[in-house]
Design a protein around this ligand. Sequence first.
Ligand code: NAD
Length: 232
Amino acid sequence: MGDSMRFADFERIVFFTGAGLSVESGIPTYRGKGGLWHEYNYEDFACQRAFDRAPDRVWDFHDKRRAAIGACAPNEGHKIIADVQRENSRTKIITQNIDGLHQRAGATDVVELHGSIWRIRCDACFRTELSNETPLGERRCSCGRYWRPDIVWFEDALHDKTVRAAEQALVECDLFVSIGTSAVVYPAAAMPQIAQRAGATLIEINPEETQASHLYEHPLRGPASAMLRTLI
Ligand code: NAD
């Protein structure tokens, strides 16, 4: 890559982020070393069937995750992304993360493909609320049904509206920067291809090669914040 490539050279930037971006904040990835799903079985804690079977057990787990994530702060990578967006309001952020760290760094209009651990929803009366109370004081909606975390669990479908918002940003982008995602889960895995078809320049920031690396003309192999710094 030309050493001179800079965010300022592009007009419509999409940041596509995954668990690797939050590693420097102290939040482990799922699949990597120290990943959550080596320690816990997702079938007991992160799917609708588990929730229907034992909602309090699933909430205990999510209360712990909220406490752990709430104790972490956005890192330099989140801040650089928020700064780029502040400079150029057409910048879009599509994340697979549920931790809310983009917003805590000052970013806006974040497309959260997999939902947010800071939102709860009632599937009986279709209410959605923001909630950062940890632990969640009232686990039931006023209608009597348990609130559930508004995150996309294993086997859940993504929300159509969210996927459409992501696709809209992708077909318009001229720079696509993937950061810290192994991009193996669809439809997220298709997103770099959409950007490629739109003619965007593609950069992959990841210390390791991924299954999607062949799509990117510009690999930056290293941790998120240090690599993002080279593009300022
Ligand atoms: P993943 O665990 O499959 O992959 C993480 C990627 O990050 C890997 O390719 C790894 O090489 C890379 N990585 C590790 N350290 C890095 C660093 N310092 N800088 C840059 N990259 C680094 O995660 P995924 O692809 O995001 O998919 C797993 C699913 O689980 C997604 O839905 C994801 O968002 C969710 N998840 C979210 C969080 C969070 O909200 N912080 C944490 C874990 C998992």
